[in-house]
Structures are given as C-alpha cells and as structure tokens.
Design a protein around this ligand. Structure first.
Ligand code: ADP
Length: 313
C-alpha cells in the first residue's frame, strides 16, 4: 500500500516487494489509494506482470490518498476487518510520517505491519534517506541550474522556493549542490537583514548574481523576494518550484533504495516481523521500531549548514 504524499520510487518499491513476495510463494494483494482503499475494501490481486513497466515511473500506480476515516477508531476497525476477512497476514505500508503513524496503529490492532519511509522530505527518524528524496533534490537542482542561467544573464537575485514545510532537507541539499549564496530553512533561525547584507557583500565582492534557496516552511518566498529587493535595491525574481519536485522518473539511487528496502521488508514480513520500519544508515539497511520512527526527531545536519555558508562566499 502507498499512502499520503506520493513520491518517485514508490513504484520501484512495489515492484520489488511484489516479486520478492512471489518468489517466497506468497499471495500478494495491492490496496488502492492508501487507508481510504483499506477502509473501502479496494484490493487488487498483484502478480509479476501487474508490476511491469513501472520501475521508471514517478507517482504510484496503486494510487494514494489521505483518509480522515482511518484516523477514527471505527475507521481503523473497518480497515482491520477488511484485511482479516481476506486472510491477509501482513501489510507493507509505504509513505511518510502520517502513513507510518497509521501503520503503527494498525499494528496495535493485531495486524503485522512493516513500513518503508517514502517521502520527498527526508524527515523520518531511523533512516539517512527516504525513498523519493534524491529524485526531488535532483529535480530542484536542475531547476536551480536553469534559473541560474537567467539570473546570471540579467545580474539578478533569484529567490527559489522548494518544498519542506517543517524540514529543510530539500532546501539544504539542493541549495548546497546548486551553489546557493543563501539557504533559509525552518530549523535555523535567520535574519533577513543579514541575508540582505550578505547579498550586497557578494555583489561588492564581484558576484554578478545570487541564488537564495528558501524552504516553503520559512514563509512566503514572494514576500522574502520583495523584502530583498526593497532592502538591497538589487533586481530580484522569485520562482516557486512546487509540485514538480514530487514527480518524474526516480533516480538510480531511489530505485536502488526502494528495491533493496522492499526486499528487506518482505523478508521481514515473511519472518513474522511487525511494527518495524526499515531504513538505511551508513550504507546498511537497518530496522527501527515504527513508533520510534514516527515519534523521534531526525537529527538536523548542522555541518551541511556550516559548509554551505563557508563555500558560498
Ligand atoms: P504522509 O504519510 O505523506 O506524511 P499524511 O500525514 O497525510 O501523509 O498521512 C497519510 C494518511 O495516514 C492520513 O490521511 C491518515 O489516513 C493516516 N494517518 C496519519 N496520521 C494518523 C494518525 N495519527 N492516526 C491514524 N492514521 C493516521
């Protein structure tokens, strides 16, 4: 099942999970549209051919949704009974924070559940990378490269808003890899006056143009752009990347991460593992208690912040 916000690599994970499960002689069902489909009894049988031609596709062919009904105990009970009636013995949930919280609650009802972190935000405790993050930052860096061409031609400040309501991982990584002069993220308080001073100092040091990457969680990029323009007198443009960051063919990294995590998840379910999320740490697949995965806060990478400050001068 895929749930919550879609991300590139979900299809690659489903494909691997189905085929590994079939190789273990399991019977495999897909649940349509996340917990909404689980409560509405929307299940489809999956065989090897049903997951053909999807490894390269963004999104999720099973569909995804947000379900308010599943947040109620009556809704969860209905979902649980739908699973039991079909003789389903284990559920693999792919999604972000909310979806894994739902998986933990389904686990408490007595269903075996294993989760995989699938969200472009890279905000889940217990894994260095979530499925979809690498593709999203590559999309953002590609856009930054293109916006750089026009910023450079006109000698402008380009303010680029990327996704991340509570987590600056996309902004920090795309900003660093995209060579941004300034990166504004929710985890680090910032002062727009100093950002403006820094942009003017860059201009005085001979930089013809500047890139400012803003995570959506720090506030409106349009307002930030207006303030920069009025405080510095520099010609400024704003670009909000939006949902383009969620789509597209998954990168090799995301396909590998999705396929290897899915294999481990299915082996886990086959061995009776439950209430576990599999992630990756220091290049190895690691299990994390699913309750910890959704309640503990992932460490914010201060070092990358410092590095970005140092190499953008
Ligand atoms: P994501 O998984 O991308 O973080 P959401 O936060 O929207 O997306 O969660 C997806 C779905 O997971 C929700 O619509 C809901 O059905 C389920 N869910 C989220 N939080 C809870 C919760 N506290 N209890 C039960 N189900 C939840």
């Amino acid at each position: 099942m895929t749930s919550g916000g879609d991300c590139p690599g979900m299809n690659a994970a489903i494909r691997a999970a189905v085929r590994v499960a079939l190789s273990l002689n399991m019977e495999v069902w897909g649940i349509k549209n996340g917990y909404a489909g689980m409560t509405a009894n929307e299940f489809i049988p999956l065989d090897s051919r049903s997951v053909g031609d999807i490894i390269q596709k963004g999104g999720t062919f099973l569909g995804t949704a947000r379900s308010e009904e599943f947040k109620t105990s009556a809704g969860r009970q209905r979902a649980f009974e739908n699973l039991k009636r079909r003789g389903i013995e284990g559920v693999l949930v792919l999604g972000g924070d909310g979806s894994l919280t739902g998986a933990a609650m389904l686990g408490e009802l007595g269903m075996n559940v294993v989760g995989l972190p699938a969200t472009i935000d890279n905000d889940i405790y217990g894994t260095d990378y979530t499925i979809g993050f690498d593709t999203a930052v590559n999309t953002a860096v590609d856009a930054i490269n293109k916006l750089r061409d026009t910023a450079s031609s006109h000698g402008r400040v380009m303010v680029i808003e990327v996704m991340g309501r509570h987590c600056g991982a996309i902004a920090l990584t795309a900003g660093l890899a995209g060579g941004a002069e300034s990166i504004l993220i929710p985890e680090e308080p910032f002062d727009l006056d100093s950002v403006c001073k820094q942009l003017l100092a860059s201009k005085n040091a001979g930089k013809q143009y500047s890139i400012v990457v803003v995570a959506e969680g720090v506030g409106s990029a349009l307002k930030i752009g207006d303030t920069i323009a009025s405080k510095t007198g520099l010609e400024t443009r704003v670009s909000v990347l939006g949902h383009i960051q969620r789509g597209g063919a998954p990168t090799v990294f995301d396909r590998m991460l999705a396929s290897t995590l899915a294999e481990r998840a299915v082996f886990g379910l086959a061995a009776g593992v439950t209430q576990v999320m599999y992630g990756v740490h220091a290049g190895r697949i690691v299990p994390t208690n699913i309750h910890d995965a959704v309640t503990k806060k992932k460490n914010f990478n201060e070092d990358l912040c410092q590095l970005s400050g140092m190499i953008s001068k």
